[in-house]
Design a protein around this ligand. Structure first.
Ligand SMILES: Cc1ncc(COP(=O)(O)O)c(C=O)c1O
Length: 427
């Protein structure tokens, strides 16, 4: 039997980043009774209530009444290969315009297999050669780090402050790259409740970032997976909505708003691209790349998500409201419970995000896989070491707590177990 050595396979496979999602699943399966603050999974009851058949019916009805397809053509659209750009672009364009102030044509959108594919397509398309680098906020979502690693894209970590990406450090990184004959082509950033830190950018910080992107000719890849959890009166415009120079490519996902199992996301890329046979848009190029990656996003999965949007009256805000309320309830409960814990060791501190799924906790000691095992086996509570999200060996004394899918009683018990664990480590 042919045996392959790791040195014969792509080097990304030996990178811990690629193993990080598997690592958490493995720890969780080893300790099924532990309360887990590890995964950023959606709250199960929200998902359990979805009637897939009804969603598909709603979408088929939309095809017949709004797009004038006859019943056979409508069904065929779901059953056959489809356009690589997608089939629910009209609905996505409508919710973006109505709910997020992002005004783009349906053709400027590509429907992808989750935000993950949007990241992969975008990097493949924008990073021309090894001279081009991707800046990422550090700590960073593993999905973009993994996509960059798979594509051999050089990554530049940029530190994060409580107000999101450190714009001065970003500018310094651009200058330093130029001095080495390279250029930072794009920045990956989440302005709203980042994964893993929960950090959010205020309005001046958003405008400062866009001005810096102009100065350094940067494309901004905005991931807004958790933007929908903001308190409606406090929600800030996305970078894409504020963008006046066409620098922002918006990466979207329906994983948290609809169903992660549908694997539907999208990318908004309305930037014009000069071409010999007439002008194109960046979305056209992404759709071309997609023909060689997943060909098209499952039309059946798109119909499920499209139907959920239609059933919510074509409004992202209506779809988001009950979900956001539930996630904010969980987050508030976690923060309140942490506040009430007695005798926590000195040096244990945490941030107080106003939305999203995550809290970042600092500890007075390194929080590694060994400590995680003690926490799980002896105290029945799991969390994620923050070092998994750092590119420069940082975050060793921090953990990420996620409360999105837990029941309120589990959050309280889990926080108490965490406190017992922390007291134990402190001795
Ligand atoms: C920051 C961020 N972006 C995107 C996603 C969702 O990606 P996908 O649509 O591929 O499930 C997640 C899910 O955990 C996330 O945390």
């Amino acid at each position: 039997m042919l045996t392959l050595g790791p040195e014969e396979l792509h080097s990304s496979l030996s990178d811990p980043v690629l193993g990080s999602m598997g690592f958490l699943n493995e720890v969780m399966s080893r300790y099924p009774d532990a309360i887990s603050f590890a995964p950023g999974a959606p709250y199960a009851a929200l998902v359990d209530g979805v009637d897939i058949g009804d969603c598909v019916d709603a979408y088929l009805d939309h095809l017949r009444t709004d797009r004038g397809l006859n019943p056979v053509a409508a069904r065929r659209l779901l059953y056959e290969y489809g356009p690589s750009r997608g089939i629910i672009n009209d609905l996505v364009a409508q919710v973006l315009r109505r709910d997020l102030g992002i005004d783009v044509a349906p053709q400027a959108i590509v429907i992808t297999v989750g935000a993950q594919e949007a990241m992969l397509l975008t990097l493949r398309t924008l990073i021309r050669s090894e001279q081009d680098l991707l800046a990422v906020v550090n700590p960073c979502y593993v999905g973009i780090m993994g996509a960059a690693r798979l594509l051999d894209v050089g990554v530049v970590p940029v530190p994060e402050t409580a107000e999101g990406v450190d714009v001065d450090a970003l500018e310094a990184a651009c200058v330093a790259a130029r001095a080495r004959g390279r250029r930072v082509r794009a920045l990956y950033v989440a302005a709203d409740f980042a994964n893993p830190s929960g950090a959010a950018m205020d309005l001046p910080a958003r405008n400062r970032l866009l001005a810096a992107a102009d100065r350094h000719d940067l494309i901004v890849l905005e991931d807004s997976a958790y933007g929908f959890t903001a308190v409606p009166e406090q929600a800030l415009p996305t970078l894409k909505a504020l963008d006046r120079s066409g620098r922002v490519v918006y990466l979207g996902t329906f994983a948290k708003l609809c169903l992660p199992g549908a694997r539907v996301g999208f990318v908004v890329a309305d930037q014009p691209v000069r071409a010999p046979d007439g002008d194109r848009t960046l979305a056209d190029e992404l759709a071309t790349v997609k023909t060689m990656v997943t060909v098209n996003t499952s039309p059946i999965a798109q119909a499920v998500v499209g139907g959920m949007v239609i059933r919510a009256g074509g409004s992202l805000a209506a779809l988001a409201a009950p979900r956001a309320e539930l996630y904010r309830r969980n987050l508030t409960l976690l923060l309140d419970t942490l506040d009430k814990l007695d005798n926590l060791p000195a040096g244990v501190t945490w941030n107080r995000p106003h939305g999203g799924f995550f809290v970042r906790m600092r500890l007075p000691w390194p929080a590694d896989a060994n400590l995680l095992n003690v926490s799980a086996s002896t105290f029945g509570v799991l969390w994620t070491p923050m070092s998994m999200f750092h590119l420069d060996g940082g975050g060793r004394d921090e953990i990420r707590l996620s409360c999105s899918y837990l029941e309120p009683a589990e959050i309280v018990t889990g926080a108490e177990r965490l406190a017992a664990f922390l007291r134990h480590v402190a001795g």
